[in-house]
Design a binder for this molecule. Structure first.
Ligand code: NAG
Length: 370
């Protein structure tokens, strides 16, 4: 293990030992921030449409589209289920304090970490008008509904905060905008800063446990692979993934881990955990059979024929006439070229739970006295 990672691991271990000694109440729910990897119905509820609003999205688990960008559950679903919590209410599907009492999901499909002004200043444009600044404003709206200041703090203190993954869309805007590697790398500190700002805000509002989820291997995504097919890009010999984008994802994750360590020093009363989502996906792509997947870990299940079953012109995206769906999604890592299958999400959720050692009786710090 790299020194930073191993140091981080020891800190996590110490934290979990310290907290698990005392039996404390379960989390009442989850507060989630993110993009389409964690959206459980916000884009659908707000716009009535969006990518994941049409079949075959949802075909494996829910049996119908739910706004989740998968054939079934997203990583967040498996985590809340494992911790015995209800599915959080998508922010745009609720109104009252009662609606949000058992958790809220602010994650929104296409959301960037950074605001539109950041992209405009670089001659770029984000895909949807939602950033972490919006999600923070929505969080504050929900907190307001809770009533007295004491009630507000209690709401936040008894929830498990799940942040991210965030940043994929920011990098995608840069990549499709044809920025150079060097220019794209300058985005990293800005994105990490935006994530840090949200975490700082939720801690300020009373949060006691925050999990920061890291970036998945961007260079193993069918969308990226299709985008760079035939451009002479460098590939990993072991996996066939794009080297430069996996390097970017790792750079992002290292910056994220450093940020988490910094925040811990500043906020001793809150458990701030980093959850790796890179290695679990990379491990499946490297040895798909070992994990029960088929021999095309770099191809989308749902899409259009080609090396990666992904139409880089986005004309024949999953859900659109002309796209086809594989017969057994559980053999595929990628569902639509951008988002993972129910099967792959299950694996990632397991890794998140193991690496953060969240339990059904979770490491909530002393809630009674907060
Ligand atoms: C997000 O915030 C920006 C800037 O305040 C605003 O223009 C935009 O409408 C917001 N988006 C949503 C969906 O509320």
């Amino acid at each position: 293990m790299a020194p930073l990672a191993s140091r981080l691991f020891l800190v996590v271990l110490a934290l979990v030992r310290a907290f698990s000694a005392t039996a404390k109440p379960h989390y009442t729910g989850v507060l989630s921030f993110g993009d389409s990897l964690a959206d459980t119905g916000n884009e659908l509820a707000r716009t009535g449409g969006g990518l994941a609003s049409v079949p075959p999205y949802g075909e494996t688990f829910f049996g119908h589209p739910t706004g989740r960008a998968s054939d079934g559950r997203v990583v967040l679903d498996f985590i809340v289920e494992a911790l015995g919590m209800p599915s959080p209410k998508p922010y745009f599907a609720g109104k009252t304090a009662a609606d949000f009492r058992r958790g809220v999901n602010f994650a929104y499909g296409g959301s960037t970490a950074l605001g539109p002004e950041f992209f405009l200043s670089r001659g770029l444009r984000s895909f949807v008008p939602v950033s972490l600044a919006n999600q923070t404003a929505w969080f504050k709206n929900v907190v307001q509904l809770a009533g007295s200041e004491q009630e507000q703090r209690k709401l936040t203190a008894t929830m498990l905060v799940m942040m991210g993954e965030m940043g994929i869309n920011d990098y995608l805007v840069a990549i499709t905008g044809k920025l150079s590697d060097g220019e794209i790398r300058t985005f990293v500190p800005h994105i990490v800063r935006a994530i840090r700002d949200v975490v700082t805000d939720v801690i300020g509002a009373g949060a006691k446990t925050v999990v920061v989820r890291g970036m998945i291997p961007l260079g193993c995504q069918p969308q990226m692979l299709a985008l760079f097919e035939g451009t002479g890009a460098a590939y990993s010999r072991a996996t066939g993934c794009l080297t430069r984008l996996n390097d970017l994802a790792r750079l992002h994750n290292r910056a994220l881990m450093r940020m988490v360590l910094d925040l811990r020093r500043a906020h001793r009363g809150t458990a701030i955990l980093y959850a790796d989502q890179y290695d679990p996906v990379a491990a499946i792509v490297l040895s798909p059979r070992k994990y029960g997947f088929g021999d095309r870990p770099l191809a989308a299940c749902c899409g259009r024929s080609g090396t990666y079953n992904f139409d880089s012109n986005y004309a024949t995206f999953c859900g659109v006439a002309g796209a086809t769906t594989c017969t057994n999604p559980s053999k595929y890592v990628s569902w639509d070229g951008i988002h993972m299958t129910d099967a792959a999400n299950w694996h990632v959720a397991g890794a998140v739970l193991r690496s953060t050692m969240l339990r059904q009786t979770p490491p909530t710090a002393d809630l009674a006295s907060s």
